[in-house]
Ligand binder design. Structure first.
Ligand code: HEC
Length: 228
């Protein structure tokens, strides 16, 4: 098909408009993510891959039908450091695919459903800007002296689980967004087996990575003391 000069001009305008829109979103560094609470025993200026970045990517991008091992759309499996880092230019978020695909522009914006929040985007931005290391804080948020749903369980679920087990069409027909949801899951008896990756259970969070032993203990302790 041959393009008339007018059509070609309109196409060019549309291209320039989307290209500029893309650039405008990306040229400004987002604000630094909110500082962690006092229970966070590592550097408050560092964005840790295992604590902050991986959960966002697993539950936002590793869903069934997206970039999990079975589906791996456009050949990107996004469930561990080795495959995530292939989309990153350390210290250079603006040129890292992992960051640029989060914005609308010439490429298809990811994730296709609900876009990441500003906070989630800024975590990814600052992790890359700091060098995109495979780092983690072991003692983060794992205080088991006073275990409650609000203080101990809900933050883990919203970081690691609700990206899949949330919204209007939760994975496995099972939301983990509220106290009642998580209690129902625990009462069903499948929760601990999945978290411990026991035989006969689907390993959670889906995608290979396991919660830390301390986080898994928080769930067990919460169940043992009557799910406060
Ligand atoms: C990437 C998406 C994803 C994430 C993240 C995820 N799940 Fe799942 N979950 C699923 C899917 C899909 C199923 C259905 C079973 C399957 O396909 O393996 C499932 C099933 C389950 C089951 C039932 C397992 C069984 O063997 O009966 C439990 C319990 C569960 N998830 C808990 C969790 C918890 C707790 C977290 C967070 C620590 C979590 N999931 C994170 C996708 C996810």
């Amino acid at each position: 098909m041959k393009l008339s000069p007018l059509k070609a001009f309109i196409l060019l305008l549309a291209f320039v408009a989307t290209a500029c829109h893309h650039k405008a979103d990306l040229s400004v560094a987002p604000p630094k993510p909110l500082p962690p609470g006092p229970e966070f025993k590592c550097s408050h200026d560092t964005i840790y891959f295992r604590n902050s970045v991986l959960p966002i990517i697993i539950s936002g991008c590793g869903k069934t039908g997206c970039h999990d091992e079975a589906t791996h759309k456009s050949n990107h499996i996004l469930d561990n450091y080795a495959n995530i880092i292939t989309l990153v230019k350390p210290f250079n978020p603006q040129n890292s695919k992992l960051y640029t695909v989060l914005f609308s522009g010439s490429e298809q914006r990811m994730p296709p459903g609900t876009p990441f929040t500003i906070e989630q985007k800024s975590i990814i931005y600052w992790w890359i800007a700091q060098g995109a290391y495979n780092n983690k804080c072991d003692s983060a948020g794992c205080d088991s002296t006073n275990v409650t749903y609000a203080a101990s369980i809900a933050p883990i679920c919203s970081a690691w689980c609700t990206g899949c087990h949330g919204g209007s069409n939760p994975a496995n027909g099972m939301s983990l967004e509220t106290y009642d949801n998580v209690v129902a899951c625990a009462n069903g008896g499948r929760l601990m087996g999945s978290l411990r990756h026991d035989n006969g259970y689907s390993a959670m969070p889906k995608g290979g990575e396991m919660l830390s032993p301390c986080e898994i203990n928080l769930f067990q302790k919460w169940i043992n003391i009557g799910k406060p």
